[in-house]
Structure formats: structure tokens, C-alpha cells
Design a protein around this ligand. Sequence first.
Ligand SMILES: Cc1cc2nc3c(=O)[nH]c(=O)nc-3n(C[C@H](O)[C@H](O)[C@H](O)COP(=O)(O)OP(=O)(O)OC[C@H]3O[C@@H](n4cnc5c(N)ncnc54)[C@H](O)[C@@H]3O)c2cc1C
Length: 394
Amino acid sequence: MLKKVDVVIIGASASGLMCAIEAGKRKRKVLVLDHANKAGKKILMSGGGRCNFTNYDVSAENYISHNPHFCKSALSRFTQWDFIAMVGDYKIPYHERSHGQLFCDDSAKDILNMLLDECKAVSVEIKLKTNIKSVAKADNGRFIIISDTEKISAESLVIATGGLSIPKIGATPFGYQIAEQFGHHVYPTYAGLVPFTLQPGDKEKLSPLSGIAVEAVVKNDRQSFREAILFTHRGLSGPVILQMSSYWHPGEAVEINLLPDVDLFEFLLQKQKEGSQQRVKSVLATLLPQRLIAALVDEGIMDKSFQDTPHAHFKQVASQLQKWRVSPNGTEGYRTAEVTLGGVDCNELSSKTMQSNKIAGLYFVGEVMDVTGWLGGYNFQWSWSSGWCAGQCV
Ligand SMILES: Cc1cc2nc3c(=O)[nH]c(=O)nc-3n(C[C@H](O)[C@H](O)[C@H](O)COP(=O)(O)OP(=O)(O)OC[C@H]3O[C@@H](n4cnc5c(N)ncnc54)[C@H](O)[C@@H]3O)c2cc1C
């Protein structure tokens, strides 16, 4: 039997549920399909279980896309303030962390439950554990979606299947395949917001530092971030590395300043002028963890007394700690990445409605599109904004 609805949304997570709520408010008959056994799994695991659901400061500069202007319209039509108001209506307790990031006080479940309650209030039907076998457009302009349990006809089809990160909770390339099936261009995809792995030599040298975290500036020719760097037994992580990974090209080096608030060369010269009798090692240990210094600074210099150290060696130490160049071996990939860079080409979509410029009634929302946010709640904000915009039109 053919089931008829107005809107089928594939993907029951951030962007799909937001789109469903808005379409439901317009009295559209909405069916959301997902192959997972639970809606919103990524919401639940986000922000360490507390969901960094948006940011006080959102602008197009916080997003990476081949079309950097595309996101502006949606972000201005459904803003962070609109989502914060929704969270407020549900009396969900939240707090601000550094850089304007907003997290739930209690649990990411609060955000998911809010979205599911909103769906229920406007009679959105959500069917989980549903595998999509095929999608086609019939001569009458409607979409025919065949799942493992039914055949559905819909006027609008929304692809909200996200990116490729964390395959073990159900990420698939489905959205990209559908885009290509309907003649859309898809930019190559890469893992983003992901830890770096190290070349064997660096790994051996740095893995004993596992657990150390310090504030650092990490940069390449195109971008610079200042946040914590975390040394792990697999490589380099922490927010500053995750941010940088989205701007990193394989083979390229990044430059790390482990003492962003100090002019180290000047500091060391000053100490010498003051007649310090300490060893270089002891002075550096007042600035950074000793194990970190031991791994990065030449042993010969470390043991010298201040008065015996030539200025060239101070220069060398400053360079080793403040212009430390690392060429990552790669990243940890989709297994641990928070997002996928690349995806459905925005130039073939309406920035107001997310509708395809090629196929009437076909929409893409959320991470499947070539719009990737920084760490800090920007990716969810993109899902809310793009899902909301499509929801006004589907
Ligand atoms: C560990 C982790 C932590 C994160 N923390 C944050 C954070 O704190 N703040 C932030 O802003 N962003 C965070 N992100 C990113 C954020 O989760 C995503 O950008 C966001 O969930 C994208 O929403 P989406 O609806 O587009 O896709 P998703 O949330 O990925 O949802 C896609 C849905 O489609 C379904 N699906 C996929 N393939 C198929 C198929 N073939 N058939 C049927 N259904 C399918 C999936 O089961 C899933 O339910 C985090 C990501 C990860 C991995």
C-alpha cells in the first residue's frame, strides 16, 4: 500500500527534527525516517554529554564552506537567540563556558527531549529502525521512498542524514549519494574537528607527555586559534588542535606557540641581566610542565646555568617552544571526528530555503551540506538554522 504524506525527512537528529517541527507547525503531514534505533544519537553524545547547543557569538566567519556567504541568510533568519529562547521556554538549565559556548547544566537529553516534545505537539511521525532502499521522483513530481517496510509518496523530501563522523552510531554517505543521484555536485569530504596523529619519531618523543594540557596558539598560513592543546598517547588533541584540523591540509606543518603570553627570548635575556644563577631548566619549569620542556628543548641547553648561556641558545629555546613546527602524520579520521568537511555544494541550493535549484521539492539540511562550523556550538546552530529555514517551505 502506498502511504501518502506531505514531507518525508530522512534523518531524525538535529537538523531533521528542527525541520520537522517547523513543517508540522504549518500543518504539513510529516514523516521522519531514520535507520538508527534512537533519534538524535549525536545530540546525546555531544559536548561530552552536555550538548554545546549554540554560541552567544555566531557569524559566517565561524563556518567553512566553498561558498562562505551561503550560511548568512539561514543564520540570520533563525539565530542563536531564537534557539536560546526555545531552550528557555523549556526551562532547560544551561551555562556559558569560554568563547560564548552554551552547554546544558544537566544533560544533552534535555535538548533531544525538547525537540521530540515539539515534534509530538505538531503530530510529526518518527519511524526509527527504517532502512531506505530507494528514492525516486515520479512523473507527477512526487517523491517515492521505498523502505524495508513500506512505500511512501511525498511532495517534499528533506535529506538530513548528516556527515560521516562516528560511523559506529550510524553515520552513512547516504545524503551524498542521494545528492549525486539527483545530479548535484558533492565536494570531497574530510574529517574535521579531529585529533592529529604524529609521525613515528614525534610519536615516540611525545607520547610520554600524555595527559599534559596547556594553553597554546596553533596556526598555519590560513588560520590561527588559541585554546588548550592536549597531548595524548595517540598524538595531539584538545580544542585548539580540533579547530586547526579543519584548516589543515595533509603534508602541511602547523606552528605551535606554547607560551602565547610571553616573549620568551626577552624573558630569558632579562633573567640573565638580573644575574640569575639558576639553570635554564629551572626557569623554564616555572612556565611550562617539566616533562614538556624536557621533550622539546635541547638537553645541552637545559642544564646550562643562565650566566653561561649564549644569546643564540636563548633564541633556540624560544623558537623550540614558541615556533614549534609539527607535521602531523594525519588525523584520527571519522572514527573520532566531530564533523565532516565538504559535502553537498551550496551553490546548487537556495540559501533561503535549502531547496535544490535542480529538483523541485528536494531539500538538504544540516551537516550533509558543505557548511562546517568551528568547535563551540556552531555545528548545531547550523543544523537548527538550516532545518528551520527548510521547515518554512517544505
Ligand atoms: C562526539 C561529537 C560531539 C559533538 N559535539 C558537538 C557540540 O557540542 N556542539 C555542536 O555544535 N556540534 C557538536 N557535534 C557536531 C554535531 O553533532 C553535528 O554537526 C550535528 O549533529 C549535525 O546534525 P545533522 O542533523 O545534520 O546530522 P546528524 O546529527 O549526524 O544526524 C543524521 C541522522 O541521519 C541518520 N542517518 C544517517 N544515514 C542514514 C541512512 N542511510 N538512512 C536513514 N537514516 C540515516 C542518522 O542515524 C542520524 O540520526 C559533535 C559531533 C560529535 C561526533
